[in-house]
Structure formats: C-alpha cells, structure tokens
Design a protein around this ligand. Structure first.
Ligand SMILES: [Zn+2]
Length: 334
C-alpha cells in the first residue's frame, strides 16, 4: 500500500453543522458532506446523524486506506479519553466519549480534540505554518485565534498542541481586557472578556448600544440598528462612517491588548487570525496596524519577533486539524 492511497476521515462538529471530509496527507479535501442539526436534537439522534455521515465518508474511501478518524468538536474535550465536558453548544453530549463509542462501532483509531486547538494544529502543519516554512522561516510556536461568533484559540509548541491539565488551555476569548464594572458582559458570565469586545457578536452589540446612547447621531448605521451584523459595521467603517470607525478602533484596541498578553505568555513567532471577523479586518488592512500596536506594548525586542497573518485554511481549519491529528497518531504508531 502506498502512502498516496492513505486518507484521513475528519469531522468538524459545531453548534449548527456536522461536516465530514476525506483528506489526503497534503490536507486536500477529496470528498465532503455536511448535515445540519436543530437545537434541542436528542443525544441518540445527534450521535446517529454524526456516525451516519462518518460511515458515508468511509464508504466513499473504497480501496483507499483509512488511517483513522479525527474529530474537531466545539467544546472542551479530554484529549486522551475523547470525553466531552459540558460543551455549551452541544450540551446533550456532556460525558460522551466519541473515541470509545466510534472505535468500537467503526473499527478505526478515533482521535478527538477541541476545534480551536485543532485549527491551530492544522495551521501549523498545513496552513500558515507551512507557508512560513516554505519561505524559510518554519514556526516554533504558533498561536491561532478564531474571531467569529465567539473567540477561540489554540497554541502549538514545536508541533504539539499545548492543552493544559484538563485540555482547556488557550481560552484566549475569555482573557480579561477591561476589568471595570462598565465593561460589556460576556457569554461566560464575566465582564470585559476579549470575546465581549471584539467578536462577531460583540461588534453589532456594541454598535447598537452606542446608537441607543446617541453617539454619532448622523451615522448611517443609526437607521439600521435592528439589522446590524459585524460585516455591515466593518463595511461602514471602510466607507468612513464615524460611528463604525470608532467601534472598529475599539475592536482593534481590544485585539492588540489581548494579543500582547498572548505574546507575553507564549512568545509565539507566528500569530494566525482566522474566522469571519478576520476577513473583514483583512479587507480594511487592519492586520499591520494591530501588529504595530502589539509591538508598541511588547516588553522586549524578542517578543516583537513574530509575524501576524491571516488563516491559510479558510473555512476548513477544524477539519484539516482533525486530519492532522490522524497523521500524527499514525506516525506515532497509534
Ligand atoms: Zn468570557
């Protein structure tokens, strides 16, 4: 059997969609499908949907050699047992070990990880990290931040995920940026978390609050208060709308403070930003500004030796990362 015929089956399981793909060693998606699930779907039905999709993928593989099944899931997960802990968007799966469940039913090695941690792993080996390596500067420590509905993160230290004692490390979205009583409330119950100040949920919410307060009454956004999204706010900033520019300034400030803290914690040489909000920031050419603001706060010259880039894996970082876990396991003889 040649390496060329070896494939990984990978799943990215979020709060709304279950996506499954078959990937080659290069991270290329050879086949994929997805299924939506409504909030309130029961545990057995949900697990049945997911397993059905995996079986479809395995059937598609035909004579190719399936090296394992990698699962990226939105929520805290024990990397050794594959047990989920109170995943906020998939709560019925609390305490379920997808690893033992599917290793028994499917007969392949099953590796499970948190989606943001795995996105970081995918970026290291097959995304921004690979691009940097091609350019002669392979990363040693990579920090990945996804800025979308929420903010998640992952840290890769010399090719390995930094997981923490319970697999809950790198919750960068819940780093405190503003400890004051007036800071915006976060989903986690605290105030002033990075997620409550710079996420795709925070951007329209902060804008609406400022419209209600009467800030910049001439802003074109004042008449669209009910339909605002992070994309419409960022687009308005691109047109020079003063309220949107002011909100964007706050987002850029929060991200640069948060990333400076990250820099001081992990000393990364590559910082990768992904998620829908990042696309908007790239369009406005904000990454160089964020990079400069971080460097302005960094405590040493060595901390300033990092590159800040956008994700290279587009919509699929979790799936590519889950496949990477399969290749790592195969290499380790698992
Ligand atoms: Zn929080």
């Amino acid at each position: 059997m040649t390496q060329a015929s070896e494939v990984a089956v990978a799943m990215d399981w979020g709060g709304t969609w279950i996506r499954v793909g078959v990937l080659d060693r290069d991270g290329k998606i050879l086949w994929q499908d997805r299924v939506g699930h409504a909030r309130g779907t029961g545990k057995d039905e949900l697990l049945g949907l997911a397993e059905g999709l995996l079986r479809e993928a395995i059937d598609w593989c035909g004579s190719r050699t399936v090296m394992g099944v990698g699962i990226a899931i939105a929520g805290p997960v024990d990397s050794e047992t594959g047990t989920l802990y109170q995943p906020p968007n998939l709560y019925v799966l609390d305490g379920v070990s997808l690893k033992s469940l599917w290793e028994t039913s499917l007969g392949y090695p099953v590796l499970v990880g948190n989606d943001a941690n795995l996105a970081a792993l995918g970026e290291f080996y097959l995304g921004a990290g690979r691009e940097a390596a091609k350019a002669g500067t392979p990363p040693r420590t990579l920090v990945y931040l996804t800025i979308s509905t929420g903010i998640g993160g992952g840290v890769i230290e010399r090719g390995e995920m930094f997981l923490g004692a319970h697999g809950l490390a790198a919750e960068i979205g819940h780093m405190c940026i503003d400890a004051s009583d007036s800071a915006p409330e976060c989903q986690c119950g605290a105030r002033g978390c990075l997620e409550s100040m710079a996420s795709g949920t925070a951007i329209p919410s902060i804008t609406k609050e400022r419209i209600a307060r009467g800030d910049f009454p001439a802003s074109s956004l004042a008449t669209e208060s009910d339909t605002l999204t992070s994309a419409t706010v960022l687009q308005a900033a691109g047109r020079g709308d003063p309220l949107a520019v002011s909100v964007l300034d706050g987002v850029v400030f929060a991200l640069s403070v948060g990333l400076t803290n990250v820099l001081h914690l992990y000393n990364p040489d590559l910082v990768v930003l992904g998620g829908g909000v990042t696309l908007g920031l790239v369009e406005l050419d904000m990454l160089p500004r964020i990079g400069e603001m971080i460097k302005g706060r960094a405590m040493s010259e060595f901390h300033k030796e990092f590159r800040l880039v956008a994700s290279h894996l587009g919509d699929d970082p979790g799936m590519v990362g889950a496949a990477t876990l399969v290749w790592q396991n195969a290499q380790a003889g698992g």
